[in-house]
Design a protein around this ligand. Structure first.
Ligand SMILES: Nc1nc2c(c(=O)[nH]1)N[C@H]1C(S)=C(S)[C@@H](COP(=O)(O)O)O[C@H]1N2
Ligand SMILES: [Mo]
Length: 439
């Protein structure tokens, strides 16, 4: 079931992540990292040849930008139960969803990404599954079976966005190690379960509680008994939100094994690493949880911005909380050919971990001008929103459609890579797709 078939190939992103200067040369055919504008413009000509069309707004195209048309990856792997996901690693299994497969308003289980830090439990038995709540700030220690959880607490369903903190890592330069996620470590299914706060309150939370931490049933890659692959958590304020769930269902069906079957935490809008899978234990802590991947540089960014490549001391790294504002174009698929005679519908989703999205804009001229898209309200707090717009092209040629979301606090996505950080988290740069317009 967990088996991943076929051999790895190197995509443009891994090429670029490994050595951006050489990748630049390979793609743009340049000999120097410092490209003059003239050199760049002649590069543009050869790019146009490669693309098979004139880059209509080529004079605005930033030097060093890899055309989105080249970011197409073929898919050399498959995971059972997952449809068209691109596998980035097979030990542990990690797979992301191509943008055009995330077009549904509610992400189907078959298209929800997979991010594992350890070894997936083989065949968890829901009948004997238990969840224990304990910890120094728990009034008592209590264990529930899955049936007891379902019988004793009210059920809630919310549509909640989960995005890996490392989504977009592939674009950072200098490159950050770790899974080279492009845009597909995000999804927004509907989740059903009980409110974490109802369980915590039933057990009893002491006044000195500051954090909860989780433990799952997956093994560390080394298979060392008792060693957690990951054990993260959230502050009490997030734990006590209405939408913070202990969930057993995704889109009204049991969770897929890869996504935490039979029980997981779901904290919408926060780095998905906080949403513990195969959930066995929650600890209520009187200090910030110090489990695996809570300390050091894991899921942290520099407390103050640093220049790319800077070595940052652990004590200057701060825990990532809500994810930043972001959007994804899910239709059309990047690389689409479109006839000049008709307008093109462009659509996708936008989300923001702390508030909601206020506006989404698209551009077809490398960000010179923007037009505002139609945007829906979220189904509930921490659910992604959908945007739709119609684009008309002035002439045949190669275009990129860019999307930019702005949250209710007036914070918008940057067009280029934001704040470099040692582990490559929180890349919320504008998503862009290639469209070739034919006469
Ligand atoms: N027990 C356990 N929980 C986990 C993980 C894990 O490896 N083990 N990975 C975390 C990370 S880093 C992410 S991004 C999300 C991914 O959830 P998904 O695999 O369902 O997409 O699960 C989180 N919860
Ligand atoms: Mo993650």
């Amino acid at each position: 079931m967990n088996e991943v078939k076929k051999v790895k190939k190197r995509g443009l992103h891994s090429l670029y992540a490994k050595d951006p200067v050489h990748a630049d040369e390979a793609v743009f055919g340049r000999t120097s990292h410092h490209v003059t504008r003239r050199g760049f413009l002649s590069g543009l000509k050869s790019l146009s040849v490669l693309l098979g069309a004139e880059i209509v707004y080529g004079q605005f195209m930033p030097a060093g930008l890899i055309p989105a048309a080249f970011a197409q990856t073929d898919n050399p792997f498959t995971i059972e139960g997952k449809d068209g996901l691109v596998v980035l690693n097979d030990r542990p299994v990690n797979a992301e969803t191509p943008a055009h497969l995330l077009d549904d308003a509610v992400t189907p289980a078959s298209r929800f990404f997979v991010r594992n830090n350890g070894i997936v439990p083989e065949s968890p038995d829901p009948k004997t599954w238990t969840l224990t709540i304990e910890g120094e700030s728990a009034a008592q220690s209590r264990t529930f079976t899955l049936d007891e959880l379902k019988a004793q607490f009210k059920h809630y369903t919310y549509q909640l966005t989960l995005e890996c903190g490392g989504n977009g890592r592939a674009e950072f330069s200098p490159a950050a190690t770790g899974n080279q996620w492009t845009t597909g470590a995000v999804g927004c299914p509907s989740w059903t379960g009980v409110r974490l706060k109802d369980i915590l309150n039933a057990v009893g939370v002491k006044d000195d509680a500051v954090y909860i931490g989780y433990y799952g049933d997956d093994q560390h890659l080394s298979r060392t008994p008792g060693k957690a692959a990951i054990s993260r958590g959230v502050p009490m304020s997030k734990a006590m939100e209405d939408e913070s769930l202990i969930a057993w269902a995704m889109n009204d069906a049991p969770l897929p094994l890869m996504n935490g079957y039979p029980l997981r935490l779901v904290f919408g809008g926060w780095p998905a690493s906080t949403s513990g899978k195969w959930l066995k234990k929650i600890v209520i802590r009187n200090q910030i949880h110090d489990g695996a991947k809570m300390l050091g540089k894991a899921y942290r960014t520099p407390c103050k911005p640093v220049a790319p490549g800077t070595k940052v001391a652990d004590e200057d790294m701060c825990i990532i909380e809500a994810m930043p504002v972001k959007s994804l174009i899910t239709y059309p698929q990047s690389g689409t050919a479109h006839a000049l005679s008709s307008p093109l519908e462009v659509r996708g989703h936008a989300w923001c971990g702390s508030t909601s999205v206020e506006k989404v804009f698209t551009s077809i001229d490398f960000g010179q001008t923007w037009q505002q898209a139609k945007l829906t309200r979220p189904k509930n707090r921490h659910a992604w929103q959908h945007f739709k717009t119609t684009v008309t092209f002035p002439q045949a040629g190669y275009y990129e459609v860019w999307a930019k979301a702005e949250d209710t606090n007036g914070r918008a996505q940057p067009m280029v890579l934001p704040g470099w950080n040692p582990k490559g988290y929180l890349n919320n740069a504008c998503h862009r797709i290639a469209v070739s317009v034919t006469a």
